[in-house]
Design a protein around this ligand. Structure first.
Ligand code: SF4
Length: 419
């Protein structure tokens, strides 16, 4: 029996696509292996959104070059965002790679049947569902539109059908994925939006929770906020990348909103969705970001107090507007200092927010076990661990919180509600 190995780095979209590719290979009687050395097919699902991720991809490709030399019959394929439109150039740079194929495409040696419906037989209780590909925004620092192309939405009926099948196979929670889910549907014939899709999925029996990623502040509509507030299965959790707390930097980033607009949006979301958990993304060290401009980002984060902040140091990405037109003039040491500064700030904010859950009861969906403990997430996406000898996989369980940290909560089973 032939064996495959998939190495994945990057965003949830890559993880979802790797999961589907693996399922598809299994339908063709391939079996997964734990290492590339044992495999007949190795697929590298890549990310180049930051220089550090691209470096890891290149290192992995170099390691696989030796393996291919030892085993010339090994099929080596590369997908994900390293694959640009210049596949000929990639083939010249990496002649030992057999196939390059674009993210979300079909593996060229397997034909074009079924990847879209290659659903895992035994999926995790919480599973990703890609609802669209690509992005039309062209934020000045972002390579994604150049690699994943323009927005293409999947029809509501197709997503609903797939979600029903996933629920039939044991899924309790779906996270709808797209680079900018707030613009979902504008390219479909009847132009449904994300709120319409959430409404449809909310009717699916057996599905307990729905999440969605990632939002763009300029495209988040009042209708969507109302849908999150009203639909019982849609979790009170919103990711809303702000990227900077300074208007000049936001303009240079081509984000399409101001700090004032963003602040008002957060106020509106919090007033309409009580208890909502908000996460955000920030880039530090964008070209010409001064210390006072950086401090405005720090102030905004202190003021808005997000549950989670993902912070990254700017690195120029080929083809992007920022890489072509702006000098990468904030020194690396300074970028690292700013990054650490925000991480420390967020650690203390998250510690304070999570402490408020001490001695409270929360409901989690149990997703698996790690180091002998069950783990799951609250509707607000808090990671919770508990110890118990029962089998809780895929169950909604009430947990009394006994210990908190900035990153996770621990507790004990209070009341087990089987769903
Ligand atoms: S919205 Fe901006 S940051 Fe997000 S994928 Fe599109 S271009 Fe990149």
């Amino acid at each position: 029996m032939l064996q495959y190995y998939i190495w994945t780095i990057g965003c949830q979209m890559n993880k979802a696509e790797s999961e589907r590719l693996g399922t598809y290979l299994e339908q063709l009687d391939y079996r997964a292996t734990a290492t590339a050395e044992e495999a007949d097919i190795v697929v590298l699902n890549s990310c180049v959104v930051r220089q550090s991720a691209e470096n890891r991809v290149i290192n992995k490709l170099n390691a696989l070059k030796s393996l291919k030399r030892l085993r010339p019959n090994l099929t080596l394929a590369v997908t994900g965002c390293v694959v640009n439109s210049e596949i000929n150039q990639l083939q010249k740079s990496f002649p030992y790679v057999d196939y390059f194929f674009k993210p979300g495409d079909y593996p060229p040696w397997l034909g074009k049947d079924g990847l879209g419906m290659a659903l895992p037989q035994c999926p995790s209780p919480s599973t990703f569902v890609p609802i669209m590909q690509g992005c039309n925004n062209f934020c000045s620092y972002c390579i994604v539109p150049y690699r994943r192309g323009r927005e293409r939405s999947r029809p509501v009926a197709e997503i609903a059908c797939e979600t029903k099948e996933l629920v039939h196979r044991g899924v309790k929670e779906v996270t709808l994925l797209g680079q900018n889910v707030d613009s979902y549907g504008h390219d479909l014939p009847d132009q449904p939006d994300l709120a319409d899709l959430l409404k449809e999925l909310n009717t699916i029996d057996g599905l307990a929770r729905i999440r969605f990623l990632t939002n763009h502040p300029k495209d988040m509509s009042p209708k969507l906020i109302e849908a999150v507030a009203c639909l019982d299965k849609v979790c009170e959790q919103i990711s809303l990348p702000v990227q900077s707390g300074n208007n000049d930097i936001l303009t240079a980033m081509r984000r399409g909103y101001t700090v004032e607009y963003y602040r008002q949006l957060v106020v509106q979301i919090r007033s309409e969705i009580p208890g909502v958990a908000l996460s955000t993304d920030v880039i530090v060290g964008f070209p010409s970001e001064s210390e006072p401009q950086f401090q405005q980002t720090v102030s905004l984060l202190s003021e808005l107090r997000f549950d989670t902040v993902h912070v990254a140091a700017y690195s120029p990405r080929p083809e992007t507007i920022a890489a072509r037109e702006l000098e990468d003039n904030v020194p690396l040491t300074e970028k690292k200092r700013r990054l650490n500064n925000i991480e420390q700030l967020q650690e203390s904010i998250a510690a304070e927010i999570n402490t408020q859950l001490l001695d409270k009861t929360v409901e989690i969906l149990v997703e698996g076990r790690k180091k002998g403990k069950w783990q799951g997430r609250t509707r607000s996406d808090k990671l919770v661990f508990f110890s118990d000898n029962g089998n809780y996989l895929g169950q909604l369980v009430k947990i009394r919180i006994e210990k908190t940290s900035p990153w996770a909560l621990q507790g004990r089973v209070e009341l087990n509600s089987l769903n």
